[in-house]
Design a protein around this ligand. Structure first.
Ligand SMILES: [Zn+2]
Length: 532
């Protein structure tokens, strides 16, 4: 099968997604990640449209890229103007890149309705612009905007735009499904006709408005297209662009097209998460291949299958794309989920025998009392570890007391009353019992402070641990007690994050459980030797 060139436009088309705004530094960082992933062309931006992109291309000159060629984007010259006088084309020529992409209209309706010029003038705009950029020694890709819609409406004109671009020296003709409404059969049929009129290499640029961007892209490759445009995570205007995180593994693992190396493919998940991090968007857990839940298994039957044969419920080996399977533990679980998780954590738990069965019963009991381990993997791990006969807890609670007091005071802008929270706590570490008290801005904070005060003399590194999120949910539906609450705490040590859970009819007790789990889990992970 012919080689396929990967073309990413997350820095230009991707940045059109609502809520994304990349700084110049963000863009430079992403370019390097995409280069490591093995992307062949990285579209950096539109230097003719904004000063930020001009600065980006200036600074990008310092980058050393190993795989990728940086591409600047722009449009054909303005109507009735000269190409060599066009500021946008000049900005492209001066961007310091080897390749440029220019977008031009290929739909007769768009030319008359939006561009408000003649069909002939649009053809000259395409030809002049490409010829001008070719005289500058550049590789020129022509983005045929609205190609598939134009082809449906006026096929002769749409094809004429392509042949004009080809005659002017265009190096690749990129067929765009700009509005994202084309279906794969139409893509295939149109490409067959295009191949009859030009032998210049073709590309595909598909938008996802009908959720067909990836399907259309793969269909286009089957039909003979060699350049594939898309974005990491499918970011893009409206519903996004073809998601390269799905296109790349499909090409390589399912269609046998070696567009990246095995090592590069194994970075896919990392790059996907990196780009969402920089874009300041929460990674979509349910994205195929790269989502955290793309290979998660919850049903007991599935997990039982998985422990016997890894591929029983997975379409590809997650490791190939740098992801991993995740087994969820819940009341839907079977013994297999527990055994699988234990194995993952390096805890030996025989398949036969009552240990696993007892644990499963205990989990089901806990879940019926408001605990939920799906999103609290640290509490789950502790549950498994605590079930081991030789388990040594880093500390044990003897008792605690929390006092919340409201005092009248002189009115301020914020409130008329002042609430004080104080916690007293007694914990045992080894043979010593520590008794401490601390104040906090709320009862849970006071407990947290008192616990730290008690443990810091033994575990000074505990100072790194921070609670980053605290969620309370009232569980009316499942228990019937009405007042059962579940507390989920997310903690971080600056390097990793973990989640713990507590549940009780008393919110302070539920909070304590989650808090104590968080500290205990972290201390176990550190294997911190006690100083005293
Ligand atoms: Zn686009």
């Amino acid at each position: 099968m012919a080689q396929v060139q990967l073309y990413d436009t997350v820095l230009r088309d991707g940045a059109q997604r609502e809520g994304i705004s990349f700084s110049v530094t963000d863009k430079l960082d992403i370019v390097q990640k995409l280069d490591q992933l093995g992307i062949h062309f990285i579209e950096g931006g539109w230097p003719g449209s904004n000063p930020k992109d001009v600065e980006f291309f200036n600074r990008a000159r310092q980058l050393t890229l190993h795989n990728a060629i940086l591409v600047a984007f722009g449009s054909t010259r303005r109507s009735k103007a000269k190409a060599e006088k066009d500021a946008n084309l000049q900005a492209l020529a001066e961007a310091g890149v080897k390749a440029v992409t220019i977008v031009g209209k290929s739909s007769a309706l768009q030319v008359s309705q939006v561009l408000e010029t003649t069909l002939e003038e649009n053809l000259s705009m395409i030809a002049d612009s490409i010829r001008y950029l070719k005289t500058k020694g550049l590789t020129v890709f022509f983005d045929a905007e609205h190609f598939f819609d134009g082809f449906k409406n006026n096929p002769d004109y749409a094809l004429r735009c392509l042949t004009v671009a080809a005659e002017a020296g265009g190096d690749c003709l990129v067929l765009c499904d700009t509005n994202g409404g084309t279906v794969p059969a139409e893509v295939i049929a149109a490409i067959a006709v295009v191949k009859g009129v030009t032998s210049v290499p073709l590309g595909i640029h598909a938008h996802n408005d009908a959720e067909l961007a990836v399907a259309n892209t793969l269909a286009a490759v089957n039909a003979g297209v060699t350049q594939v445009q898309g974005t990491i995570n499918g970011y893009g205007e409206r519903c996004g662009n073809a998601n390269l995180c799905s296109v790349i593994p499909a090409l390589k693992l399912k269609m046998g097209i070696d567009c990246v190396t095995d090592e590069q493919l194994a970075r896919l998940t990392e790059v996907a998460h990196y780009v969402s991090e920089v874009a300041n968007l929460i990674p979509d857990a349910f994205l195929p291949y790269v989502g955290l839940s793309a290979f998660s298994h919850k049903g007991g039957l599935h997990v039982a299958g998985l422990t016997r044969w890894e591929s029983s419920y997975q379409h590809v080996d997650p490791a190939l794309v740098g992801n991993r399977p995740k087994v969820l533990v819940s009341e839907l679980s079977g013994k297999g989920n527990i055994i699988y998780k234990a194995r993952e954590l390096g805890i030996s738990l025989p398949r036969e025998g009552k240990e696993a069965k007892n644990l499963l019963e205990r989990i089901k009991w806990l879940e019926s009392h408001g605990f939920q381990y799906e999103n609290a993997e640290a509490s789950f791990e502790l549950l498994l570890r605590k079930a081991q006969a030789d388990y040594q807890p880093p500390f044990e609670l003897v008792d605690f007391m929390v006092v919340v007091e409201t005092r009248r005071r002189k009115p301020t802008r914020r409130s008329l009353e002042e609430t004080l929270s104080e916690a007293m706590i007694k914990v045992r570490v080894g043979t010593e019992v520590m008794h401490t008290a601390a104040e906090g801005n709320g009862p849970v904070n006071a407990l947290d402070q008192a616990l730290r005060k008690a443990l810091l003399p033994f575990y000074p590194s505990l100072a790194q641990l921070k609670l980053v999120d605290y969620k309370v949910r009232i569980l009316e539906e499942s228990i019937g007690t009405g007042s059962q609450v579940r507390v989920l705490i997310e903690s971080s040590d600056g390097v990793s994050e973990w989640r713990t859970v507590g549940s009780s009819t008393n919110i302070i007790e539920a909070s304590w459980m989650a808090l104590a789990d968080s500290v205990e889990y972290w201390l176990l992970k550190q294997k911190t030797p006690r100083d005293a």
